[in-house]
Design a protein around this ligand. Structure first.
Ligand SMILES: [Zn+2]
Length: 318
């Protein structure tokens, strides 16, 4: 009898434990899916953390489990850009250890989403976390960062429009040009390597996720990318938020034009009284331009896709 009771307690204990674990996982940050789509639970798995790849001297890329992680080996330590989905800190560190024994000194997050900030808390509190100032506000609201154990993953230092991290040959310039994917997208330029991590403001060649809940804007998007393309000089290589291959600066310029084309199409269709769904169906790329772009109708959130999101934004506010 007594034995039965004890076993029962153990079983109940087991159930409680798994329920608690489930709750913790459920409380993980929104935006586990590609590029941070909220509620994209299926994206939480995804391909595992991949082997570290060299981009240029001292600069590496780690793909898998969320956004692309850039690893820069500076003179005095390692700077990481983005930390993937939660629970990938050890896997990221294991990959870094294959190229350097230097300690991690900085994490730069390109934006707030959990597939880019998810493993921040794995790294020691002494590691300085740097973000655009709006992103700090978005991160502080994320359920994941409400947990005491994750607080050390919150930003230690912010910038508004421009800031440099490190000096001399290790200089890394951070820029903000306005809303796009979110309202706090940082562009991270490894100055002397002529390489930029664009985060999800340029995730890949397809419709961007416009996260209006975190300050993103389809109206501002083309202007933000155009300002970046105009003001940042001497970059030839772009690491995208989720693309498997690096891109060229010209791809970034074209990306701005793509977003301009789409916004103009939304404006014209709205003026002509078309529904967002109709406008989405009719949207076409001009012949010979925008090679490699995936513009399948409804590719983003329902039949109207981004057309619906921009329509909402274009509606006059009362
Ligand atoms: Zn994102």
């Amino acid at each position: 009898m007594r034995r039965t009771i004890v076993l029962g307690v153990i079983v109940v204990g087991g159930i409680i434990t798994s329920a608690m674990l489930g709750a913790q996982q459920g409380a993980a940050p929104a935006g586990q899916g590609r590029e941070g789509r909220a509620g994209g639970g299926a994206g939480r798995g995804g391909p595992p953390v991949q082997a570290i790849e060299k981009v240029k001297d001292n600069l590496y890329l780690i793909q898998g489990q969320g956004g692309n992680t850039a690893v820069y080996v500076a003179q005095n330590g390692v700077v990481i850009v983005d930390t993937k989905n939660p629970n990938n800190g050890q896997a990221i560190l294991d990959q870094i250890k294959t190229v350097t024994d230097k300690p991690i000194t900085h994490i730069i997050n390109t934006h707030t989403h959990g597939d880019h900030t998810g493993s921040n808390q794995f790294f020691p509190a002494a590691v300085e976390v740097v973000v655009q100032e709006n992103t700090k506000g978005y991160m502080e609201k994320m359920p994941a960062f409400q947990e005491a154990a994750n607080k050390n993953g919150l930003p230690d230092r912010t910038f508004k429009d421009k800031m440099s991290v490190l000096k001399g040959k290790d200089q890394i310039d951070l820029y903000y040009f306005g809303p796009a994917h979110t309202g706090g997208d940082a562009f991270v330029v490894f100055k002397n390597l002529r390489t930029m991590h664009a985060g999800d403001a340029f995730a890949n060649k397809g419709f961007p996720l416009i996260d209006r809940n975190n300050g993103g804007s389809g109206i501002a998007y083309p202007d933000t990318i155009a300002a970046l393309a105009k003001k940042v000089k001497n970059v030839d290589t772009v690491i995208n938020g989720h693309s498997a291959v690096t891109m060229k600066w010209q791809d970034l310029v074209e990306w701005g034009e793509f977003n301009r084309l789409f916004l103009n199409a939304a404006r014209e269709s709205m003026k002509a009284g078309k529904s967002a769904e109709e406008a989405m169906k009719e949207f076409k790329l001009p012949a010979g331009k925008f090679q490699g772009y995936n513009v399948t109708p409804g590719g983003r959130g329902g039949p109207a896709g981004n057309m619906g999101i921009i329509y909402e934004e274009l509606k006059p506010t009362k």
